[in-house]
Design a protein around this ligand. Sequence first.
Ligand code: NAD
Ligand code: TDX
Length: 332
Amino acid sequence: MARLLVTGGAGFIGSNFVHHVVAHTDDSVTVLDKLTYAGNRASLAGLPEDRVSFVEGDIADAELVDALFRDVDAVVHFAAESHNDNSLNDPRPFLDTNIIGTYTLLEAARKHDVRFHHISTDEVYGDLELDDPARFTETTPYNPSSPYSSTKAGSDLLVRAWVRSFGVRATISNCSNNYGPYQHVEKFIPRQITNVIRGIRPKLYGTGENVRDWIHADDHSSAVLTILERGQIGQTYLIGADGEQNNKDVVELILELMDAPRDAYDLVTDRPGHDLRYAIDSTRLRTELGWQPRYQDFRAGLAATIEWYRDNEAWWAPAKDGVEAFYASKGQ
Ligand code: NAD
Ligand code: TDX
């Protein structure tokens, strides 16, 4: 039984991870989350209070972080500013949280010799051509495109340097696009599902040909636990479930699963610098650590996600109008 500190545990993937840890281990969890617009305490409702505690605070608050690191065995670091479109509008919070916040945590991990796992993204590798047979691997050179992905790349490099220079016991994982419950309505899949529920037509950027490599958030969680338990210190692991789909196909599938005409969507202004395609080769994680994804039927996983948004309108409704007003102001 371990004591985990989970940063960003009130966000999409962090909250899915806390639910996964409670269901599959005997570990206890302290969540450290600033509750930005993206954090929601309701995502942790129903979890046992004797195993999950919550601290509202900033990962860049060195005093608070130092105090929390005294009483834990390991830290899993999900907290980030995570949305590309926001980073194009106002990059500053991305530097504060993703760079300075990660630096603050690394200094505490160094001081208290705490095992540290850093959550990152495949976007650090840039993008691939649609017809490129290659996929990202752990040795693909970094080539980030957006303010978001460049700050994630910067944070990964800080972790690598703190391992090499100071002997911090850290691992890194770079995962592809996640879907599932508790994802903010600013993101692609929840935005389109909640648009259809509200009678708004889904919005595809550009031509909709861009490809993302989808993985269920619960598979991301099981991969992170596997790395935490068996990963080699200093190593990077790519997490992916062979889920490449173009955005147009995803929107058409959402419409079909929600009993709407498959062509009832709009093409809107493209994202500046929009990455064309991401694709992950997760061979290292599968062969060296024996991990396998469980959710390999995207259609079934998407149908369950649609049900979750239908059943949990009270969770997402407060954010919906503000998000749509933001997109409308950009012609999206
Ligand atoms: P999210 O935006 O849903 O959640 C982020 C959480 O971090 C929120 O609860 C927010 O309140 C908290 N937070 C933000 N700044 C903070 C700060 N300064 N101090 C403390 N807490 C703070 O993000 P997500 O989609 O769950 O992503 C989680 C992590 O996974 C991020 O590191 C992201 O880069 C990475 N990732 C995401 C995806 C994806 O598809 N969403 C894919 C690969 C990697
Ligand atoms: O309304 C939309 N229409 C649309 O076509 C939105 C919101 C997005 N898109 C497109 C842009 C992308 O090609 O859909 C794709 C997915 O968009 P996002 O959900 O914004 O995700 P992405 O930019 O791919 O980044 C996500 O995956 C990697 C996460 O937000 C990041 O945190 C993670 O690192």
